[in-house]
Design a protein around this ligand. Structure first.
Ligand code: GLC
Length: 627
């Protein structure tokens, strides 16, 4: 057990503490060596407030909260390694944002019929499973991440019959379907919430998190991820409800067993329809350890007050295990878990614990100390460091999800280097990293074409609630419209939400009708053109997906870093005793010296047409080692 008498250095023996320290390093961008300096390590925790002085005004509070968190797993048995083979470890999963993939009925909004039309394309690409962002009935405050009815299809997307047809058509092609289950919150238009707001004593009165206002203010100081306080009033109740996201996304009260019964029923409903797996939206937020105020210091660092009370809540493991036992069974589960670290992920995903199969963690998406809205160029050495840890020391326990793009992030190529000259090379470099990785690979629509960020002109072109609220917030904080726009433009989630570019027609072959959001650079980048071009990014993806399928070494083989201390190159072997591959990647924009390897090798893939003496800018090669 950790107490105030424990020395800082000893904290590193506690897995949860190791994760939290790593997170703080990630957010603050401070050098680990400062935290681990021998003087700091020899201090007792109780001495820290004096040491930190004014820099940590609420140090005592932070320390007590953290000690509780670290002790949460004090008696937990560390999981053992597992090398079991499952379909979902081998799968290449393709994420579809249904609103933007293919319009099938000419209203400018993508739909299920549209997806069915494109299944042959996806089969040809070689992907094994599709994850669809939410398709349930929703008022679309957050594009479906606010569900009004979990058993009905969003009107714009089609009907239940379309969903059933999609499942049939996918299964007929040997593909699996993963649905996006959003159960940390519902829409405020869900019938449970409507009733909960009206009847505090009624059946649904306790389905959400309601608290009385405190001293004339909100029940606590937590922030919403979509700007402003995380609490909102209704006219019909004298309490406020918690919403970690928008006001129209009230958080469910998972402490109430009836809520958990409802969630199990929803999972059963979709499993009976033949769904093969679930992506669980912000699933690590479901257990709120307490509703106390968040630390102002941590809030300043993480940009949102309160996170320490729910990002790894006391009952999280229990709730997930319950869902698995009662409903998920052998359906595949991938949890979206912002903020959890590798040690926590081990506990969330170890086979023997029967909670989730894998999780998305996000630390690799931004460089240390940076966030999505910062204006900076992503340094690929950070990706190397993050993936090396995940695929190396952790993958035996916690099978990682490997991805760099999704519907919440700008395009990776643009983050690394927006120079057009490197666009295709970089897109292929990313393909090499992903498709030779030890983990389940997730691709996001358009990534297989080398999609880049969109040249939006002003706020009128953005649709995302996060961007709109952020812009208004920045203006309210005194930023000029130009400053606010530049910030939002850098990080807006809409970069990845514009229509899939099938052709160079007016609406990119996505629709005959003007789409709900503008179209990107369809002339430079579209499926029709890339299909005919053997050196295209699309062909690179097809080739590499096929390579992965033919060589399970690339899925299950060990990950052995080579010359890992060398900056700007990322080299590793993948080996399963039967085959051995060597991957070498230049992570920077200049040519670099090639690390010396021994033994004979045969080149199986390169993102350059011809090899030179060293590695050319962003060159990425895959070799088979000949024994
Ligand atoms: C997840 C989703 C994101 C959504 C949020 C609230 O992070 O990926 O799109 O806005 O949860 O549901």
């Amino acid at each position: 057990m950790i107490t105030r008498e424990t020395k800082v250095g000893e904290l590193l023996n506690n897995p949860i503490a190791r994760d939290v320290l790593a997170q703080l390093v990630q957010y603050a961008g401070v050098n680990e060596k400062i935290v681990l300096n021998p003087i700091v390590k020899s201090l007792k925790i109780s001495a820290l407030p004096k040491f930190a002085g004014k820099a940590l005004p609420d140090a005592d509070y932070v320390i007590d909260t953290m000690i509780d968190l670290f002790n949460q797993e004090a008696n937990t048995k560390q999981p053992s390694k597992s090398n079991a083979h499952y379909w979902w470890k081998e799968a290449v999963v393709y994420q579809i944002y249904p609103r933007s993939f293919q319009d099938g009925n000419g209203d400018g909004i993508g739909d299920l019929k549209g997806i069915i039309r494109r299944l042959d394309y996806l089969k040809e690409l070689g992907v094994d499973a599709l994850w669809l962002s939410p398709i349930f009935d929703s008022p679309n405050d957050d594009n479906g991440y606010d569900v009004r009815d979990y058993r009905a299809i969003m009107t714009e997307f089609g009907t239940m019959a379309d969903a059933e047809e999609l499942i049939r058509e996918m299964h007929a092609r040997g593909m699996r379907l993963i649905l996006d289950l959003v159960v940390n919150h519902t829409s405020d238009e869900h019938e449970w919430f409507v009733d909960s707001a009206k009847n505090p004593q009624g059946e649904h009165g306790d389905y959400y998190i309601w608290r009385k206002p405190k001293d004339g203010g909100h029940p606590n100081n937590w922030h919403s991820f979509f700007s402003g306080p995380a609490w909102e009033k209704v006219d019909t109740r004298d309490e406020e409800y918690l919403h970690l996201f928008s006001k129209k996304q009230p958080d469910l009260n998972w402490e109430n067993p009836k809520v958990r019964d409802e969630v199990c029923d929803i999972i059963d409903f979709w499993r009976e329809k033949g769904v093969d797996g679930f992506r669980l939206d912000v699933i690590n937020y479901i257990s709120k350890t307490s509703l106390e105020d968040g630390s102002a210091t941590l809030g300043g660092l993480l940009q949102f007050n309160g996170i320490e009370h729910y990002f790894y809540g006391k009952r999280l493991h229990e709730f997930l295990h319950e869902l698995r036992q009662r409903s998920f069974g052998d359906a595949f589960t991938v949890g979206e878990t912002p903020g959890t670290g590798p040690e926590m992920n081990k506990l969330l995903t170890a086979d023997e614990r029967e909670e989730l199969n894998t999780v998305f963690s996000f630390d690799h998406l931004e460089n240390l100390g940076k966030n999505r809205f910062d204006d900076y160029r992503y340094n690929l050495n950070h990706l190397k460091k993050s993936f090396s840890r995940l695929e190396g020391e952790f993958a035996d326990y916690a099978w990682p999800s490997i991805f760099v793009e999704n519907h919440d992030n700008p395009r990776m190529v643009s983050k690394i280097n927006s120079n057009e000259e490197y666009r295709d090379i970089l897109a292929k470099l990313i393909a090499v990293v992903l498709l030779t990785a030890r983990g389940t690979v997730f691709l996001y629509q358009g990534q297989e074409l080398g999609a880049v960020n969109v040249n939006f002109h002003d706020m009128s072109e953005l649709r995302d609630i996060e961007s709109i609220n952020k812009y208004n917030d920045l203006i309210a904080c005194g930023k000029t419209p130009e400053q606010a726009w530049q910030t939002v433009l850098g990080g807006t989630r809409d970069h990845s939400r514009t229509p899939m570019q099938w052709t160079d027609e007016t609406y990119a072959g996505f629709s005959e009708h003007e789409p709900w959001i503008c179209v990107g650079d369809k002339d430079a980048c579209n499926v029709a053109a890339q299909r005919n071009e053997e050196t295209s990014v699309l062909h690179a993806y097809m080739t590499l997906i096929q390579l992965r399928k033919e060589h399970p070494t690339l899925v299950y083989g060990t990950f052995e870093p080579f010359e890992s201390a060398k900056e700007d190159v990322f080299c590793y072997y993948r080996d399963d005793g039967k085959e051995r591959f060597y991957i070498e990647i230049n992570l920077c924009e200049r040519a670099v010296k090639q690390p010396n390897t021994k033994g004979k090798m045969e080149l199986v893939y390169s993102n350059y047409m011809a090899q030179g003496d060293g590695l050319q800018p962003y060159e990425a090669n895959i070799y088979r080692v000949l024994r």
